[in-house]
Design a protein around this ligand. Structure first.
Ligand SMILES: NC(=O)c1ccc[n+]([C@@H]2O[C@H](COP(=O)([O-])OP(=O)(O)OC[C@H]3O[C@@H](n4cnc5c(N)ncnc54)[C@H](OP(=O)(O)O)[C@@H]3O)[C@@H](O)[C@H]2O)c1
Length: 236
């Protein structure tokens, strides 16, 4: 399969690259920064990994990368809109800087919409196409922490997915996915409890393996909201 992953230079995105390449798939890695991890995967899998610079908060950057992809590929089997930021943790409504909320939506929601819009034609050539939008339990849960920007953006991404499924579901499987509480850099961000990272046992590679089963169609959840976890269980 040909699988595209955004935000692929660390965390779940990087784990997807490793797991999918090891399983023999062709991966299109979209990333803001081509770091050493990506460079060493490029060396190890020269035939199967293609890397594209893409900042999902920038329309021009998305357009440039997608033009290159459209010129090089005739078909895609899956788009994983994974790039995301966690901002605004426990910032009170009185203190919110609305620009921070808009910036968060640019990355977590509008980036995913634009990438999907620009590359949809390639997915329609697959006989097993899917779109996986990496959401979060925060889409439906604002306690014990409130992150106005993050929670609201993940709710929007989840509803975007449901709209996509209503429009395209006959041809393309669309899912919003809670990836689990993973041991990634996001668990180390300012505002997270100091031991949040150490307490987590779920490796992003385990989530990536779950995503691969969903992409391959080995797990075919049919819940009407299309909001599931990485194992295919319904989130509502
Ligand atoms: N970790 C968890 O427990 C958890 C739980 C629920 C949902 N999620 C979701 O899972 C997804 C992956 O998160 P993670 O845990 O792997 O976090 P992470 O380690 O912080 O990785 C986030 C990735 O998104 C990329 N990114 C951020 N802004 C971007 C932009 N403007 N353009 C392109 N890429 C951008 C980052 O690139 P840079 O490294 O260059 O900044 C990084 O590769 C996110 O959507 C997150 O909301 C995570």
């Amino acid at each position: 399969m040909h699988i595209l992953v955004t935000g692929s230079n660390q965390g779940l995105g990087l784990a997807c690259l490793k797991v999918f390449l090891q399983a023999g798939h062709h991966v299109l890695a979209c990333t803001m920064v081509i770091n050493e991890d990506i460079k060493s995967l490029e060396k190890a899998y020269p035939q199967h990994l293609s890397v594209f610079e893409m900042d999902v908060s920038c329309d021009n950057s998305i357009a440039r990368a997608c033009e290159e992809i459209l010129a090089r590929y005739k078909k895609l089997d899956c788009i994983i809109n994974n790039a995301g930021v966690l901002t605004g943790r426990n910032v009170k409504i009185a203190d919110i800087d609305i620009k921070e909320v808009r910036d968060c939506f640019d990355i977590n929601v509008f980036g995913a919409m634009l990438v999907t819009q620009k590359l949809l034609s390639l997915l329609l050539h697959s006989d097993n196409g899917s779109i996986l939008n990496i959401s979060s339990e925060a889409a439906i849960l604002a306690a014990p922490h409130y992150n106005y920007s993050y929670c609201m953006s993940k709710t929007a991404l989840t509803m975007f997915t449901q709209c996509l499924d209503t429009e395209l579901g006959m041809n393309i499987r669309c899912y919003a996915i809670h990836p689990g509480r993973m041991r990634t850099g996001m668990a180390k961000l300012p505002g997270m409890p100091p031991d949040a990272y150490e307490k987590r046992t779920l490796l992003p590679e385990t989530t990536a393996e779950g995503l691969l089963r969903i992409i391959a169609g080995e797990v075919r959840p049919e819940h009407k909201t299309r909001f599931i976890d990485y194992l295919g269980n319904p989130m509502e």
